[in-house]
Design a protein around this ligand. Structure first.
Ligand code: FAD
Length: 489
């Protein structure tokens, strides 16, 4: 009997537990086979396309294009291993149990192997698939691999998920110290090389992702380059949006072209102290590993608190906030027309490239939820529909952190000033000018001054609008509205 590997957000052949085990499984069968004439067992791969489900999950057309490009590359990599790759074109998750069990019967599959996923619809999907396959006597085995440590394994002394990041990160680091990150190699071929004939095309809305190079090899190359050339300076450079100070690996991590274990292993090979030493030459790597820890933290939270997948406030006190939800102001924010150059340049970066620097994500999220008092869910959804690295756990975590409604969030009374943020992180306005070329001739200091941004830019007849809110007034309004978050005495 054969084995099926179900690829989801893990479009790679290296460090892929389910693929590795499937190949081991058929090899063991071949070794144990009594009769040399017996047909050797095969490994198949499958991807399930569910466009209506994706639309309901707000997956960005640019991410779907990126996925499509990687599916074609994955088909080629699998063919080289002697593995036939199929795509099941469906529409919704609910069609999956019967479609997969039919496929399994056609291919004479004994067991389906896949990585588990933390989102609630995906968990329910897998439970239903597992039950249906079991009725047919087909196994369904889930593997961990989307995080460095599996959800439900980094717990506090009461055996519960941490609600605060710092103690989580301490426990996470100490567990990882005893469990070195060793990525699995690409499996040996399990059959003769196959031909790939049909290109794979997903039947859904897509937007070109060509700004991003595709492929596992490319992702590896980017990782190695980053580790060798930028990681040492990561701590100093990661907040400056005009320099390539961060890895830009999030698009690859989000769809699993690269695994977090590969990232940690690469960092540790160059900086062996990356898990414990936050000083000297290891400081950059230590800080970067902390970002990988945030990634794990948010995914663990999603499993521990399934309501997060349902767009609920983590902190129930936030249910009492009266959001203004002004649709016109929201449209201006989306279009990058707030009159605050750092916010507008950041939103232009998102709209043009499908990606935004982390510092800017925090600034624009704070601006939307605090200066404009618009519900974080509006911004979260807009991000998700644009981002090439869209990821429910990180996006929800980042938005709730910024809005002050989340787990271990920024307190409601801390409100980013977009002008001092741009002065601090883009002092010469390099980033602002790159994405707002109409401001090219405005002197740097003026870019960070509200009055000038309002009056002078108009006077200069630049194609740029006055601020849609006054910072000081908006701050006071936000403090008042968000005081719903004050803890009861
Ligand atoms: P690096 O700085 O090189 O970090 C390495 C990797 O660690 C990233 O690729 C990413 O996988 C992970 N990571 C880094 N920072 C965080 C973080 N704060 N939380 C969780 N994981 C992190 N990240 C996403 O991958 N998808 C999202 O949809 C997403 N939405 C966000 C929304 C908001 C409002 C905020 C504030 C942050 C969001 N982030 C999201 C986190 C972060 O902004 C991006 O992961 C980061 O900008 C990606 O750039 P990089 O690959 O160069 O990161």
């Amino acid at each position: 009997q054969n084995v099926l590997v179900w690829f989801r957000q893990d479009l790679r052949v290296a460090d892929h537990g389910p693929l590795h085990s499937a190949c081991q499984f058929v090899k063991a069968q071949a070794e144990n086979a009594g009769m040399p004439s017996e047909r050797p067992a095969k490994v198949y791969g499958v991807f399930t396309s569910t466009p209506s489900q994706w639309v309901s999950h707000d997956i960005a057309p640019i991410q779907l294009d990126f996925i499509e490009r990687h599916l074609n590359m994955l088909a080629t990599s699998l063919a080289a291993l002697g593995i036939e790759f199929k795509v099941l074109h469906l529409d919704w998750f609910e069609e999956l149990p019967s479609a997969l069990s039919q496929l399994c019967q056609q291919l004479d599959i004994a067991c389906v192997f896949a990585h588990s996923e933390p989102e609630i619809n995906e968990i329910h999907r897998d439970q239903k698939v597992s039950r249906t396959l079991a009725e047919q006597g087909i196994g369904f085995e889930l593997f961990e691999g989307h995080t460095l440590l599996p959800p439900d394994t980094v717990l506090n002394q009461s055996g519960k998920m941490f609600r605060v990041f710092t103690p989580f990160s301490r426990a996470w680091r100490s567990q990882l110290m005893n469990r070195p990150a060793v990525p699995l190699a690409v499996p040996e071929p399990v059959g003769p090389r196959l031909d790939v004939t049909e290109p794979i095309s997903l039947d859904c809305e897509k937007r070109s992702s060509q700004l991003w190079r595709a492929g596992e090899g490319e992702a590896r190359r980017l990782l190695d380059e980053f580790v060798h050339h930028n990681l040492a300076e990561y701590k100093a450079c990661r907040d400056i949006p005009s320099v390539d100070g961060t890895s830009s690996l999030s698009p690859y991590l989000a769809i699993g072209v690269l695994s977090p274990t590969q990232c940690l292993a690469a960092a540790m090979t160059r900086f062996p102290g990356a898990l414990i030493d936050d000083s000297g030459e290891h400081a950059g790597a230590f800080t970067w590993v902390t970002e990988l820890c945030w990634r794990d933290f948010y995914r663990h939270l999603l499993v521990a608190f399934p309501n997060l997948s349902k767009a609920r406030n983590f902190n129930e006190l936030a249910d009492g906030i009266h959001w203004r939800n002004n649709a016109e102001e929201f449209a201006l924010w989306c279009q990058g027309k707030t009159g605050y150059p750092i916010v507008d340049a950041a939103m232009t970066q998102l709209n043009q490239t499908g990606w935004m620097h982390n510092r800017l994500r925090m600034i624009v999220a704070s601006f939307l939820t605090k200066h404009l008092l618009i519900d974080w869910r509006w911004g979260e959804r807009y991000f998700r529909r644009q981002l090439i690295d869209g990821d429910l756990a990180a996006n929800n975590g980042g938005w709730q952190w910024s809005a002050g409604t989340g787990c271990d969030a920024q307190p409601y009374f801390r409100i980013f000033n977009p002008l001092s943020q741009s002065e601090k992180f883009d002092p010469e306005g390099k980033f602002i000018r790159k994405f707002l070329p109409q401001l090219a001739s405005v002197p740097s200091r003026k870019l960070h001054t509200a009055d000038i941004v309002g009056a002078d830019l108009f006077a200069c007849e630049l194609n740029y609008s006055a601020p849609i809110v006054d910072h000081k007034a908006a701050r006071l309004r936000a403090l008042d509205a968000l005081s719903a978050m004050k803890r009861a005495p």
